[in-house]
Design a protein around this ligand. Structure first.
Ligand SMILES: C[S@@+](CC[C@H](N)C(=O)[O-])C[C@H]1O[C@@H](n2cnc3c(N)ncnc32)[C@H](O)[C@@H]1O
Length: 184
């Protein structure tokens, strides 16, 4: 929530929570946003549905069809009106091609102001790396790390502009924002 509020989220925004899991963000974002303004995707429909029933103060505030099973970052069935997207702790567990695919596919939302996501970073050529809080990340297996250059190249390749946030996040994750060209 802090990252989204820092990015200017208001109740009017239409939020896409990519890899939303059991709604750790959703349980705060759904009550904050106007009704119908939260959408979640995840590889596991069961996990999202469990979160809806057990984590939300009012499950009826989130229509079931706004939780979409999507393991390919293809964003099926989502409306064009999405204005903000976030993927927290998702690409830390997946090979880099998934991030590239997600960024490319996010371009189909004409009103998107920013896509936020977290990764672990390591220097160019680094093998297994101990992150600031002790978690060990790897170039070729989960939890994955990327170089800063690889992240910026993937964001640019999707036609978006990268910004690395100084915000300190759990486990040493680094928050990035990718913004479409028309947004200052
Ligand atoms: C560490 S959890 C983070 C969940 C949530 N974003 C949070 O902050 O609590 C990673 C999530 O990514 C989901 N996931 C894993 N592979 C995925 C894929 N290929 N497509 C979409 N979601 C995926 C998992 O099901 C899980 O819910």
């Amino acid at each position: 929530m802090q990252a989204l509020l820092a990015a200017g989220m208001t109740p009017e925004d239409h939020l896409l929570d990519i890899g939303c899991g059991s709604l750790r963000l959703g349980h705060m974002a759904v009550p904050f946003l106007k009704p119908g303004h939260y959408w979640g995707t995840d590889a596991s429909l069961a996990l999202m549905r469990h979160g809806r029933l057990h984590e939300l103060p009012d499950p009826e505030a989130l229509p079931l069809d706004q939780l979409i099973q999507d393991a390919d970052f293809a964003f099926p069935g989502l409306p064009d009106r999405i204005t903000l997207a976030i993927a927290f702790g998702v690409f830390t567990h997946l090979p880099a091609v998934n991030l590239a695919t997600a960024l490319a596919n996010l371009r189909r939302f004409p009103r998107l102001r920013a896509a936020l996501f977290t990764v672990f970073l390591a220097p160019e050529g680094a093998a297994s790396t101990r992150q600031p809080d002790g978690v060990v990340t790897h170039p070729d297996r989960p939890p994955y790390h990327l170089t800063e250059g690889a992240v910026t190249r993937m964001i640019h390749a999707a036609g978006l502009t990268p910004t690395r946030s100084p915000m300190l996040l759990p486990r040493g994750q680094v928050l990035w924002s990718a913004t479409p060209p028309q947004i200052p």
